[in-house]
Design a protein around this ligand. Structure first.
Ligand code: SAM
Length: 294
């Protein structure tokens, strides 16, 4: 049974990193006058009320989007992300936080299409209602299924315009998600070799979380790996101390945008003096390994 509800975590430091990159990907795909598809394999509930009992329980957003909300003189790409969040808070007070489906629909154009998967029955229902209310008349731009995003990714790849990207944002509540994410991205690349795939992962004290990026580096594509640690790992071994995104076939300008913005983002989101970021890039696909001859 799924117990993870993203509403508890909406707008936290991990959402800030993920959604900042998501906005950059959308801006990149919008640059060409050709349609594209976005596939969101783990869509969540779409839009979050930060005053709800869920979001206010630990008020995680106060250590995330809350740290950027009042800040002046942000670098333009970060200001762009914060402006997208402002769009859902027209009176200027931070009350709502858009999830990945809402951010995507806000920036996608008339001919672009969004494909959403959400397994949790309640969140899938909330997502359908929320998008209907927040984006009236946009029904033809998206399709939502209550289904397993790992298994269903292949059903939407390659997208008909042969342009687009996949955001894979599992909850990792089920520890098999690490292996399932790797397998799904590998299969996705086999179907759509030129597609962009962005996989989010948490920095936690599990071997799986450290090994995932290393395994992704071996896939046949160029890649960019960004991580943002907000605090030292806890002594009891529990909890998330940061997060990362591994992007296969990234837009070529993304690394320099991140390089410019990560110092400020790290300083803004730091929870102790162990906060740091890391940016790694491989611009060409690794050479395929040949089977050894005896
Ligand atoms: N991508 C969302 C965003 O950025 O706003 C947040 C997604 S949240 C981290 C992960 C979501 O995946 C949860 O809503 C959970 O119910 C859902 N989920 C868990 N396992 C899934 C699966 N196998 N396929 C699709 N959704 C799943």
């Amino acid at each position: 049974m799924l117990s993870y509800r993203h509403a508890f975590h909406a707008g936290n430091h991990a959402d800030v990193l993920k959604h900042f990159v998501l906005v950059q990907l959308l801006r990149h795909f919008n640059q060409k006058d050709k349609p594209y598809w976005v596939v969101d394999t783990h869509a969540g509930a779409g839009l979050y009320d930060l005053q709800s009992v869920y979001a206010s329980k630990n008020a995680e957003f106060s250590g995330g989007i809350g740290r950027l909300w009042e800040r002046k003189n942000l670098p333009a790409p970060l200001a762009d992300y914060v402006d997208q969040v402002r769009h859902f808070n027209p009176d200027g007070r931070l009350r709502n936080y858009p999830g990945s489906p809402a951010l995507a629909l806000s920036l996608m154009r008339e001919a672009d299409r969004l494909r959403l998967f959400e397994l949790h029955s309640t969140d899938a229902r909330v997502l359908a209602d929320t998008l209907g209310r927040a984006f009236p008349g946009r029904e033809k731009h998206y399709a939502l299924r209550q289904a397993d995003g790992f298994a269903e990714l292949k059903s939407v790849l390659p997208p008909p315009p042969r342009r687009g990207f996949t955001l894979m944002d599992p909850a990792y509540e089920d520890k098999r998600d690490y292996l399932r994410a790797l397998a799904a991205v590998k299969e996705g690349l086999a179907r759509f070799a030129t597609g962009t795939f962005a996989l989010w992962y948490p920095q936690v004290q599990r071997g799986d979380s450290r090994q995932l990026p290393e395994k992704l580096k071996k896939l046949p594509a160029s890649w960019l790996h960004v991580s943002l640690t907000v605090q030292a790992p806890s002594e009891d071994g529990f909890g998330m101390h940061g997060s990362g995104l591994f992007i296969l076939n990234p837009p070529w300008t993304l690394a320099s945008t991140l390089k410019d913005c990560l110092p400020l983002l790290t300083e803004a989101l730091a929870q102790d003096d162990q906060a740091r970021h890391q940016l790694e890039l491989q611009e060409t696909a690794p050479a395929p390994t040949r089977p050894k001859k005896n």
